[in-house]
Design a protein around this ligand. Structure first.
Ligand code: ZN
Length: 91
């Protein structure tokens, strides 16, 4: 952390606080411009924004629940093991 200046750390903190609002399109113009500029220059915050976006996209598409359901089915299948195919990818 010593390589990071106090100003940079304060910017990262402010950015991460405003990030959700920014991605939801709820941040005011000034905040949105500051966040966008910081995401361009800060790799760490840029990655954080990418992660948030991916999560939001997955939630919107319902992929998360489907994946969870699929895992649950695969898991219960491996418990009963009546299906010969279940043995192939047992956890
Ligand atoms: Zn940052």
């Amino acid at each position: 952390m010593s390589s990071m200046s106090l100003t940079e750390m304060a910017r990262c903190l402010r950015t991460s606080r405003a990030l959700q609002r920014y991605l939801d399109g709820e941040a005011d113009d000034l905040t949105a411009a500051r966040v966008a500029a910081h995401l361009e220059e800060c790799r760490r915050c840029g990655l954080q924004a990418q992660t948030y976006r991916a999560i939001k996209q997955a939630l919107r598409g319902g992929n998360v629940d489907e994946l969870a359901l699929h895992r649950l089915r695969a898991f219960s299948g491996s418990l009963t093991a009546s299906d010969p195919n279940a043995d192939d990818d047992r956890w």
